[in-house]
Design a protein around this ligand. Sequence first.
Ligand code: GDP
Ligand code: MG
Length: 368
Amino acid sequence: TETITVGELAKRMGVKANDLIRSLIKMGMMVTINHPLDVDTATLLASDFGYEIENVAIDLDEIFEAVPDAPEFLQKRPPVVTIMGHVDHGKTSLLDAIRETNVIAGEAGGITQHIGAYDVELKGRKITFLDTPGHEAFTAMRARGAKVTDIVILVVAADDGVMPQTREAVNHSKAAGVPIIVAVNKIDKPEAKPERVKQELMELGLVSEEWGGDTIFVEVSAKKHINISELLEMVLLQADVMDLKANADKAARGTIVEAKLDRGRGPVATVLVQDGTLKVGDFFVAGVHSGRVRAMQNDRGDKLVSAGPSMPVEVIGFTGVPDAGDVFICLPDEKKAKEIASHRQQKLRETELAKHSKLSLEQLYEKI
Ligand code: GDP
Ligand code: MG
């Protein structure tokens, strides 16, 4: 695995390695230029060099990406699942069925609200579902470089078979390197032909296990709640194979799944925590906005004080409404968060400005 050394970090931040080493010594770390640094130390160092904040703002993501956690800090985390498939094949029904199955298992009659994601529990293990409208959200987030999904459940109606958006979903998932579990839906219908679905998907390279391939197929009925737990078990099985892990014991990092301006509460956003633990009171940056977590809740409306890896939480405390797909990063203090956000805002204004001046130039030439 890759590590970031003092030397590499210095280079990325555009400062002298010796200055970094001096700072580290002040922090009580006697290190050399080749010493590997963890995320917290790297972040702390970066913020120490306030005058380099411009570089930090740009490279923050890279810094986080580049510093792997020591294996002993990694713990199993729940899988994050997106449901995709052709229109009317039952994506919404399946999301509802999964949620309802779980609500019945948990507190009865719990009022759920749409926050763009929810988590369910099966045999003491959690699974997170993103329910932002399928393909667009997935592609939009992916286009912005956000990798939020571990597993795709591909819904194919057994009475309709593979359709254009089914192919599209397969292509997106493959491009993203995300494994697919096939839910052959509507098997309650007399005209259902699950074998035909298998045949058609084989032509797209998704070969079922019984036919010698490695794609999991589960025949379900979202409407009649048939095989929903079996489907979830397969998700957990796939997650085990993938060995999904994260370090819960550090500042949180995640992705904005959904955001809006709420009349009463101001800007609200659903954050999928992907690493670390998010706590009430934490300072953060998300895209061009910063803030402090004033309150958090899940889709059941439970107030939370902290949220670990793979947990989706609705967060209040943003200075503005972030975009879906924005990276969400917690920082040690408010000043840094504000600095990074305002730096990004300035950059954004510059590119917008550049776009406009380019446009007017083109218009000018058109007139000539
Ligand atoms: P989406 O467009 O993929 O979100 O599909 P929906 O969940 O809105 O479902 C489209 C239609 O198919 C609705 O009328 C559902 O009631 C129906 N439907 C979904 N799942 C099933 C199922 O398992 N069996 C039957 N018979 N109908 C289903
Ligand atoms: Mg739908």
